[in-house]
Design a binder for this molecule. Structure first.
Ligand code: ISL
Ligand code: CA
Length: 546
C-alpha cells in the first residue's frame, strides 16, 4: 500500500557538497548535515532530499556514479550515512535519496568490463553501436554539448551518452541490467530510506533504432527522441511491482520531456510513480538552443503553465511544486527582483511555493533568499554544462564576456555556491578553502542574521510552513486561478468544502490595483498583517475569505 504522507509534506533539498563542511577540506559532507539537524528541524520541513552522495569521479556533481553501494569518501562513510538517517528519523524527518538509473559513470565496474570487448557479458548493459559510413551512429546532441556518441578505439564502436562522456547510458532493454537497478533500490530501501527521487527517469526507455533527430530545437529533440520511449510505462510498472510496492516508498520522477499530455503515463495510480517534477516554467525562458539560448518570458506564460499542470495532476497522481533546484538559477534572481525588492520578492516566491496545490520542494538557501553569483571568467565555473557550453559558444565566435552574461543568468553554478550560514568570508560553511567560492553577499544574506529577526525571509518561510500545516485547504484544496488580474498580478483561490483562501501576488516593481473581496481577512503577508487595498511592489498577501 502507498501511504500519502508526501501529499502533506514540505521537502527541503540539500546539495551535500555545498551545505556544511565538518572537517575543513572545503567540501560539504554528511557530518556537516548532521551538525545542522536542529536548523533543518526549525524550518518545519517533513523530509529531506539529498542530491547524490554515492561514490563518483564527480564529473557531473555526483550524477556519474561509479559505485551505487558506497558513499563518496569526500562525503563520509556508510556509518555516517546510517547515523544521518537515524537522526533524521529521530527528528521526525524523512529521507529521500537521489538515484541515477539512466546512466552510470564510465568508471563503474560494469562499463570498464563492457568496453573490454564486444563479447563482454556486460556489453549490453550499455548502448554500443557501429558508426555509419565511418561517421557517428546518428546526429543526437548531448545535453552538455557535442555529440551523444563517443568512439571507443579499442573495440571500434561508439557508446551512447545523453549527458557527459563520463556518463554512459544504461540499457534497460537488458533484463539483467534491470535486475541490477532493482537490487540497488532495494539496498537503500532496506536501510529505511523513505523516498526516491529518480533522475532522468523519462529517458530510461530508448528508441533502440536510434533515428536521427529532425529538429534543431533541443527541447523538442528531448521530447521526441530521448524521453517517453516505447517501454517507459512497462519499466516503471515493473519497478513498482517488484520493488516500490513492497516498501512504503514515495517516488518522484525527474525528467525533461515530460508534458501535461503524457504525465498520466508516469502517474498511473496502480503502476506509476507517486509524483513527477514538471519543467514547464523552468524551460519557458529557453530558446531552441536550450539553456544558453535565453528568450523572454511573461507572467502570463508562467500563470498558464501552473494552470495546465495543476489540471494535469488534478485527476491523476499528485503534483509537485518547485521554483529552483541545483540545476537552475536562484529563484529570487530568476522570478523576483534580487536588488531593490530582494526581501519582498523572496517572500513573495516563498508564498507562492507554499500555497500551491502539490508537494512543495524548497532548495537549500532559498529559505534565506540566496541570490545568483557572478562568475568573472568561465574558469571560475565548477559545472561541466557551463564549461562545455562555453566551448561550443567559442566555436561559434561568441566572446567570453557575452557568454558569461548568459551563464551568470542561467547557469547551474548559481545554485551551487555554498550555504550562507554567517557573515564571515567563508560564510560559516567551512574553515578551509571552499570547493567553490561563496557568494560575497554572505556578509548580509545569511542564516545567523535572519535567525535574529522575526521579519526576516527565514522567519517568513517558517511562518508560511506553519500556515500550510495548519490549513488543510492549502495542501489539498482545489486550485482556481483568477482570470483578468492584469499582466503583473498572479492570484488564485484555494477552496475546500468549508474553507476558502485567496492568494494575491504582485510580480512587479510598481503598485497595482487589486480589489480584495468583502469579508477577507489577511492571514499573512510580506508587508505585514494588516488588510490593505491594492498591492504594493512585490506584495504577497494570503486571505481567508468568509
Ligand atoms: O537542467 C536542465 C536543462 O539544461 C535539465 O534538462 C537537466 O539537465 C535534466 O533535467 C536532467 O537533470 C538531472 O540529470 C543530469 C544532472 O546533471 C542534473 O544535475 C540532474 O538533476 C544528469 O544526471
Ligand atoms: Ca568535508
Amino acid at each position: 500500500m502507498h501511504s500519502d504522507w508526501y501529499k502533506h509534506a514540505v521537502v527541503y533539498q540539500i546539495y551535500p557538497r555545498s551545505f556544511c563542511d565538518s572537517n575543513g577540506d572545503g567540501i560539504g559532507d554528511l557530518r556537516g548535515i548532521l551538525s545542522k539537524l536542529d536548523y533543518i528541524k526549525s524550518l518545519g520541513v517533513d523530509a529531506v532530499w539529498l542530491n547524490p552522495i554515492y561514490k563518483s569521479p564527480n564529473d557531473d556533481g555526483g550524477y556519474d556514479i561509479s559505485d551505487y553501494h558506497a558513499i563518496q569518501p569526500e562525503f563520509g562513510t556508510m556509518d555516517d550515512f546510517e547515523e544521518l538517517l537515524a537522526q533524521l528519523h529521530a527528528h521526525g524527518i524523512r529521507l529521500i535519496m537521489d538515484l541515477v538509473l539512466n546512466h552510470s559513470s564510465d568508471e563503474h565496474r560494469w562499463f570498464l568490463e563492457s568496453k573490454k570487448s564486444r563479447l563482454s557479458p556486460y556489453r549490453d548493459y550499455y548502448f554500443w553501436r557501429d558508426g555509419k559510413d565511418g561517421k557517428l551512429p546518428n546526429n543526437w546532441p548531448s545535453f552538455f554539448g557535442g555529440s551523444a556518441w563517443q568512439k571507443d578505439e579499442n573495440t571500434d564502436q561508439y557508446y551512447l551518452h545523453l549527458f557527459s562522456r563520463k556518463q554512459p547510458d544504461l540499457n534497460w532493454e537488458s533484463p539483467a541490467l534491470r535486475n541490477e537497478m532493482h537490487a540497488i533500490m532495494r539496498f537503500w530501501l532496506d536501510k529505511g530510506v523513505d523516498g526516491l527521487r529518480l533522475d532522468v527517469i523519462s529517458a530510461i526507455s530508448k528508441r533502440t533504432q536510434f533515428p536521427d533527430t529532425d529538429t534543431t530545437d533541443f527541447n523538442e529533440t528531448i521530447r521526441k527522441y530521448y524521453a517517453n520511449g516505447p517501454r517507459l510505462k512497462e519499466f516503471i510498472a515493473e519497478a513498482r511491482q517488484k520493488v516500490w510496492d513492497r516498501y512504503n516508498v514515495m517516488t518522484v520522477g525527474e525528467g525533461p520531456g515530460i508534458t501535461p499530455h503524457n504525465a498520466s503515463d508516469y502517474l498511473d495510480e496502480r503502476n506509476g510513480l507517486s509524483m513527477i517534477f514538471h519543467f514547464g516554467h523552468m524551460f519557458m525562458d529557453q530558446g531552441p538552443g536550450g539553456r544558453f539560448d535565453p528568450i523572454a518570458w511573461t507572467l502570463n506564460d508562467f500563470k498558464k503553465i501552473f494552470k495546465i499542470w495543476d489540471e494535469a495532476f488534478a485527476t491523476q497522481g499528485w503534483g509537485s511544486v518547485f521554483l529552483g533546484n541545483h540545476d537552475f538559477p536562484r529563484m529570487v534572481s530568476r522570478w523576483g527582483n534580487d536588488q531593490q525588492y530582494w526581501e519582498q520578492s523572496s517572500k513573495l516566491l516563498i508564498t507562492l511555493l507554499l500555497s500551491m496545490r502539490g508537494t512543495p520542494f524548497i532548495f537549500q538557501g532559498d529559505e534565506i533568499g540566496m541570490t545568483n553569483t557572478v562568475l568573472k571568467s568561465v574558469s571560475d565555473s565548477r559545472d561541466i554544462e557551463t564549461q562545455n557550453g562555453w566551448k561550443a559558444a567559442k566555436v561559434k565566435g561568441i566572446d567570453e564576456a557575452d557568454f558569461l552574461q548568459v551563464a551568470n543568468r542561467a547557469g547551474r553554478d548559481n545554485a551551487r555556491t555554498p550555504m550562507q550560514w554567517n557573515g564571515k568570508p567563508n560564510g560559516g560553511f567551512s574553515v578551509g578553502e571552499p570547493w567553490m567560492p561563496l557568494n560575497p553577499n554572505t556578509i548580509t544574506i545569511n542564516v545567523e542574521e535572519q535567525r535574529k529577526s522575526p521579519h526576516s525571509v527565514l522567519s517568513y518561510f517558517q511562518s508560511m510552513v506553519r500556515l500550510r500545516k495548519q490549513n488543510t485547504v492549502l495542501r489539498t484544496g482545489a486550485y482556481e486561478p483568477l482570470a483578468d488580474t492584469g499582466e503583473n498580478v498572479f492570484a488564485f483561490w484555494r477552496k475546500a468544502d468549508a474553507d476558502t483562501i485567496l492568494v494575491a501576488l504582485n510580480f512587479s516593481d510598481a503598485p497595482v490595483h487589486f480589489a480584495t473581496p468583502p469579508g477577507a481577512s489577511k492571514l499573512i503577508g510580506n508587508y505585514g498583517a494588516e488588510n490593505s487595498t491594492g498591492l504594493r511592489p512585490w506584495e504577497a498577501a494570503v486571505y481567508r475569505v468568509a
